[in-house]
Design a protein around this ligand. Structure first.
Ligand code: MG
Length: 160
């Protein structure tokens, strides 16, 4: 059985993952309008991945005898600027998520819940990849000229 405090902290993270999912979906719609179909597709997949994270956490909570909640999700921005600005915001957001996962792991540790700590290490590792991927895209966008942006758009559109 999971403690009340840890259950609340995981439910807060579920809300944060769903907010992230909405943020990336909003970025996807924006990029589609801006004519970057590949980046829009990449961001839509990123949005789906965030929803998967929320579902994974919910299943874990239920398995531990807790209750998973879909809470109110705050509105997300709708304007994001140039492709470089969009992916810089993706990178910055992933850094904030990493901090949230770290804090959540600290709560699990304070509650002396080993199973939850073990569960969360998967997300700690995932964040290393998320930050590296986003920062990699920011770097290539910085180096790309006007024509290069469309080449990158094509590349990102190939994400499975
Ligand atoms: Mg996530």
């Amino acid at each position: 059985m999971i403690t009340e405090k840890l259950q609340k902290a995981i439910n807060d993270q579920i809300t944060a993952e769903l907010w992230s999912s909405h943020l990336y979906l909003s970025m996807s719609f924006y990029m589609e309008k801006e004519g970057f179909a590949g980046m829009a597709s990449w961001l839509k997949k990123q949005s789906e991945e965030e929803k998967d994270h929320a579902c994974e956490m919910a299943s874990y909570l239920v398995k531990r005898g807790g209750t998973a909640v879909v809470d109110k999700i705050d509105v997300v921005p709708t304007e994001f600027g140039t492709p470089l600005e969009v992916f810089t915001q993706v990178y910055e957001h992933e850094c904030r998520v990493s901090k949230m996962i770290d804090d959540l792991t600290d709560v699990a540790s304070a509650e002396r819940d080993k199973a939850t700590q073990d569960f969360l290490w998967g997300f700690v590792r995932e964040q290393v990849e998320e930050e590296a991927t986003a920062s990699g895209i920011v770097e290539v966008l910085k180096k790309a000229g006007e024509a290069g942006i469309y080449y990158i758009d094509d590349k990102l559109g190939a994400r499975k």
